[in-house]
Ligand binder design. Structure first.
Ligand SMILES: Nc1nc2c(c(=O)[nH]1)N[C@H]1C(S)=C(S)[C@@H](COP(=O)(O)O)O[C@H]1N2
Ligand SMILES: [Mo]
Length: 198
């Protein structure tokens, strides 16, 4: 009897669905411009800015520890998807091989085709963030960012660059593509940080 007084509301699935979001079981594709097509052998992630310059090839990335994680993702266009499973290199594991220079506080993700998106180092180095090449046990489709994308699940999905080519470490925050076009600099779905006037 007591139980019913303590039951959580079910409409938000016990707090898993951020405000203003609707669950989907599909996996919508959201790309500004065309899908990029390139082979894993052409993958090069260039590290530059306030870090020792270096590049990671596909082989370099596969030689690092591989991690599989399952989590929910949230797109600013109001869909959320539960329990997506990704495999790749954790950002924290990659960071062990990157020589940050003093003063680095933010990072810009760069993609084939020119898409960019910015993160604070705190948001970038969360233990669940992955540089992913596999989705649900299968090689990541080109339209979802394959061969290689970032996955930063605690922020809206525009903060996860598809077709990753570069990580630029910076001494200050700087807007990326959508951020210059009105999106929020951070994009926390649970705070509904959709646009910069929020
Ligand atoms: N390179 C690149 N990355 C990108 C985008 C893009 O247009 N280009 N769109 C972003 C947006 S707005 C979202 S919601 C997600 C969509 O990922 P999906 O197509 O796999 O669902 O990718 C993000 N990463
Ligand atoms: Mo998006």
């Amino acid at each position: 009897m007591l139980g019913k007084f303590f039951k959580k509301p079910e409409g938000d699935m016990g707090g898993r669905v951020p405000p203003g979001q609707t669950l989907t079981t599909r996996f919508p594709v959201l790309t500004y411009g065309p899908t990029q097509h390139y082979a894993p052998g052409d993958v090069v992630v260039r590290v530059f800015g306030l870090a020792e310059e270096q590049t990671f090839t596909w082989g370099d990335l596969l030689a690092l520890p591989q991690t599989t994680l399952t989590y929910d993702i949230h797109c600013v266009t109001h869909w959320s998807k539960f329990d997506t499973t990704w495999t790749g290199v954790r950002v924290v594991d990659l960071m062990e091989h990157i020589g940050l220079k003093p003063g680095a506080t933010h990072v810009m993700q760069h993609s084939v085709g020119g898409y960019t998106t910015n993160l604070s180092l705190e948001d970038f180095t969360r233990t669940e963030n992955l540089i992913a090449h596999t989705f649900g046990g299968e090689p990541l489709d080109a339209e979802h960012g394959g061969p290689l994308r970032l996955v930063v699940p605690h922020l809206y999905f525009w903060k996860s660059a598809k077709w990753l080519t570069g990580l630029e470490f910076m001494a200050a925050d700087k807007p990326g593509f959508w951020e210059r076009n009105g999106y929020h600099m951070r994009g926390d779905p649970f705070k509904e940080e959709r646009y910069d006037d929020d």
